[in-house]
Design a protein around this ligand. Structure first.
Ligand code: FPP
Length: 260
């Protein structure tokens, strides 16, 4: 890592850097192409302050916007945000409905900035089961931004990693049934191309906030060789400096992809 020699261990040297220095530092090294984030801790952030959980989600939307800008400033190609899982429907009804309206409004309000930054929105997840209003809103922004060539924002919405694999295996089974493909021909490429992320490279780095040490059914196939970076910081407290720090630590790691 191209840190100036300070005599400090690398972590402590990074601790001494603020957002502009971290940004400058990560720009001197090869960037990850795809960063995925499990945005966790909104509820705890609110509860610790004596606010209702939805206040945390409201702050969480602001963080998502700040990280979109940071990823664009950095020149990343792909940023995946885990916005709503298939399991999240089991939360209390008022939390789910507030979350839906927050996400709907955020997507609508973000369109001008997506356009001005030449960013493209795509959605990963099952369209069935998504409320009609939010589905229309998402489809609209996806359509409007489809020719943009800058940062790709992949919003995992009504997403489940196992559901994604089930959908892929069903699609492949249909091709086998139709005689287009033999079972013994099925390769990693066939499975990869049957996923929601068909033409998208696997994440290089997966960030999870709020300290939980789990993958939570996120991009199960795609993260086989992804570097994990977990911070105790809750999502509403996460900012561009944390994001650049994660990228800086990623740049200091050696990826072996199962080799030596
Ligand atoms: C985790 O907090 C967050 C979610 C359930 C997803 C919602 C995310 C946002 C509102 C951020 C905005 C996203 C976009 C793409 C605009 P939690 O409720 O699981 O927190 P807890 O673990 O502390 O309960």
């Amino acid at each position: 890592m191209a840190l100036k020699p300070t005599g400090l261990p690398p972590q402590a040297a990074l601790d001494a850097l603020g957002e502009p220095e971290l940004l400058e530092l990560v720009r001197t090294q090869p960037l990850p192409e795809h960063v995925a984030i499990i945005m966790d801790g909104n509820g705890r952030w609110a509860t610790r302050r004596g606010f209702p959980r939805v206040a945390g989600h409201r702050e969480g939307v602001k963080t998502a916007r700040a990280i979109f800008r940071a990823a664009d400033t950095l020149g990343l190609r792909y940023l995946t945000l885990y916005a709503f899982s298939t399991e999240n429907w089991t939360r209390p009804e008022d939390e789910v409905s507030t979350l839906m309206s927050l996400l709907e409004r955020a997507i609508h309000e973000e369109l001008p900035e997506l356009m001005s930054r030449n960013a493209r929105l795509r959605v990963l997840g099952r369209p069935n089961g998504v409320p009609a209003g939010i589905r229309r809103g998402l489809d609209h922004v996806v359509r409007e931004t489809r020719n943009n060539t800058g940062l790709n924002i992949l919003m995992a919405f009504n997403y489940g990693g196992r559901d994604e694999l089930i959908d892929a295996f069903r699609a492949l089974a249909r091709r086998v049934q139709a005689g287009e493909l033999k079972p013994e021909e099925i390769s990693e490429e066939h499975i990869g191309r049957a996923l929601y992320t068909a033409d998208i490279p696997d994440p290089d780095l997966l960030i999870r906030t709020s300290g939980e040490m789990r993958v939570s059914n996120f991009l199960l196939w795609q993260i086989a060789y992804t570097e994990l970076w977990i911070t105790p910081t809750l999502w509403p407290d996460f900012g561009p400096a944390h994001f650049y720090r994660a990228v800086a630590e990623f740049q200091g790691r050696t990826r072996r992809f199962g080799g030596v």
